[in-house]
Unconditional design. Structure first.
Length: 179
């Protein structure tokens, strides 16, 4: 995340907003919660978990089986699943740090049909976040992360980013993707 933000700044963008899906949404929140010299202009987290090692859905039980069962990692590529290396140390969970994102505006987007992380994750994150700067959109009929998105929701998120980032400075905003 830090490399992408630095690249955007190096390319001349003075304001950078973070948008992450699923684990990327958790990473965006963890990054924004740090004591940064240049905090992001805004954070959008879509379908992120509130905590680690979730096994409450069949989909997450399958993911954990792939991560933990002997030789199961060999099956992951065949199943189209990309698994990283185990964490050397477990980072703080998003629910533990989400309150530190303020005063940066935070938008939590979550579907009521997410088969990995139920909507209770977004509700818990929103309760733990700063009320003045965090917004929650619970989307009816939406599934998980990128696969749950539709053009209208993408447009609403882009509009929220443009309006939010314009409020934080006088500069004109752009929703260009850098990395």
């Amino acid at each position: 995340m830090d490399a992408a933000v630095r690249l955007a700044h190096d390319r001349g963008y003075s304001k950078v907003a973070l948008v992450g899906f699923s684990m990327g949404g958790a990473v965006a929140m963890l990054y924004a919660s740090q004591d940064l010299d240049e905090p992001p202009a805004a954070v959008v987290s879509v379908s992120a978990p509130s905590r680690w090692y979730i096994r409450q859905t069949p989909a997450m039980r399958r993911v954990h089986w792939l991560l933990e069962a002997p030789h199961a990692r060999l099956l992951a590529p065949i199943l189209g699943v990309r698994l990283g290396r185990p964490w050397p140390s477990v980072p703080a969970s998003p629910i533990e740090v989400v309150h530190r994102i303020a005063p940066t505006p935070l938008l939590l987007v979550h579907g009521d049909r997410d088969h990995y992380f139920p909507a209770e994750h977004a509700l818990a994150l929103h309760r733990a976040a700063d009320d003045a700067t965090a917004r929650l959109w619970l989307e009816p009929g939406m599934g998980h992360a990128e696969t749950g998105m539709h053009p209208g929701l993408v447009d609403r998120i882009a509009t929220w980013l443009n309006e939010t980032c314009t409020k934080t400075s006088e500069e004109r905003t752009s929703t260009q993707v850098v990395a």
